[in-house]
Design a protein around this ligand. Structure first.
Ligand code: BV8
Length: 240
C-alpha cells in the first residue's frame, strides 16, 4: 500500500483539488457502511434503500424516523478517524480545495473540515415537509414532534432514493470537478448517482483521479491510480 511518486508530485504541486468521500471514510470510526454488509444494510426486513426512499416518507414516516433515530444513536458516540483528520488538514493546503461527501454523519465537520458539500444532506438536521424550515437535531434528547414554524410534520434533512439533491449542491460539485487537477475518490462504492458522476467529470477534464478503497469499484477503471487500502491507513501516507 503506497503512493506513487507521480501522485506524490501531483499532490505537492496541485492548486485545485477535489475529494469525494463515501461511507468508507467513516468505516474506521465504527459507522457501518451500506453495501459492505453490516447491520444497517437491512432494517426490520427492509433493505436500506427501501426504508431510505422518498416513497417511505409518504407511506410510513414514523418508520423512516425510527431508522434515522437509530442511526443517530449509533453515530452519537462515534468520532472522526484518521482519514477525516487528514482530509481536514488539507483544507488550507491548496489554492482551491473542495470536499464533496455522500455521507450524512457530519464527521468531516467534526474533524474540522469547512464548506463541506453534502450531496445527500445531514442526519443531524430535520426539515419541515411543508415549509422546509430546517431544525438542528444534533443535541441530545428528543427531537421536535412538529415544525417549530408551521406545525407540520418533520422529516430527516437527508436525500433519500428517488429524491433530488439539495439545490445547487451537485452543480457546484460538478463545476469544481471540471476545474480540479487532482481528484481523490475515497471510500465509495461508486454505485449511487449523480454523486458517482463527479469523478467522471474530473476525468473528462483531464484531472488525475485516484481511488482509495480496500476493494475495486465500478469507478476503478477510470482512475489513473488505485490505492488498495483503508482510508485511515492510506491518507496519512500523503503527509510524508
Ligand atoms: C436522484 C441518504 C434525481 C440516505 C443516500 C429511480 C428513481 C430515481 C432515481 C433513481 C432510480 N434508479 C436509480 C436512480 C438513481 C439513484 C441511484 O443512484 N440508485 C443507485 C443505487 C442505482 N439515485 C437517487 O435516487 C438520487 N437522486 O437521482 O435524483 C431523480 C429524482 C427523482 C426521479 C428521477 C431522478 C439520490 C441518491 C441519494 C440517496 N441517499 N443516502 C441515507 O443515508 O440513508 S445514498 C447512500 O448510498 C448513502 O448516502 C451513501 O453515501 C451512498 C453511496 O454509498 P457509499 O457512500 O459509496 O457507501 P457504500 O456502503 O455503498 O460503499 C462503501 C465503500 O467504502 C465500499 O466501496 C467499501 O469497499 C469502502 N470501504 C469500506 N471500508 C473502508 C472503505 N474505504 C476506505 N476505507 C475503509 N476503511
Amino acid at each position: 500500500m503506497q503512493i506513487s511518486p507521480e501522485l506524490r508530485r501531483r499532490f505537492a504541486e496541485a492548486n485545485r483539488v477535489l475529494v469525494l468521500t463515501g461511507a468508507g471514510v467513516s468505516a474506521e470510526s465504527g459507522v457501518p457502511t451500506f453495501r459492505g454488509g453490516g447491520q444497517t444494510s437491512i432494517w426490520k426486513g427492509l433493505p436500506f434503500d427501501v426504508i431510505s426512499s422518498a416513497t417511505m416518507v409518504e407511506r410510513d414516516l414514523p418508520a423512516v424516523w425510527e431508522w434515522f433515530d437509530y442511526r443517530r444513536n449509533v453515530l452519537a458516540s462515534l468520532t472522526p478517524n484518521a482519514a477525516h483528520q487528514e482530509i481536514a488538514r488539507w483544507q488550507d493546503r491548496f489554492a482551491e480545495f473542495t470536499l464533496v461527501t455522500q455521507n450524512v454523519d457530519g464527521l468531516h465537520q467534526k474533524a474540522g473540515s469547512r464548506d463541506v458539500v453534502e450531496l445527500h444532506g445531514n442526519i443531524w438536521r430535520a426539515r419541515c415537509t411543508r415549509c422546509r424550515f430546517s431544525h438542528d437535531i444534533s443535541t441530545e434528547g428528543k427531537r421536535p414532534d412538529a415544525c417549530l414554524e408551521c406545525g407540520n410534520f418533520l422529516r430527516p434533512d437527508v436525500v433519500l432514493f428517488g429524491e433530488m439533491l439539495p439545490l445547487g449542491a451537485f452543480e457546484f460539485a460538478a463545476e469544481r470537478a471540471a476545474r480540479c487537477e487532482l481528484c481523490l475518490v475515497i471510500g465509495t462504492s461508486g454505485l449511487v448517482y449523480p454523486a458517482a458522476g463527479i469523478p467522471e467529470i474530473a476525468k473528462a477534464a483531464d484531472a488525475y483521479v485516484c481511488e482509495v478503497n480496500p476493494e475495486p469499484t465500478p469507478l476503478s477503471d477510470l482512475c489513473d491510480e488505485v490505492i488498495t487500502g483503508k482510508a485511515g491507513e492510506v491518507l496519512p501516507l500523503f503527509r510524508s
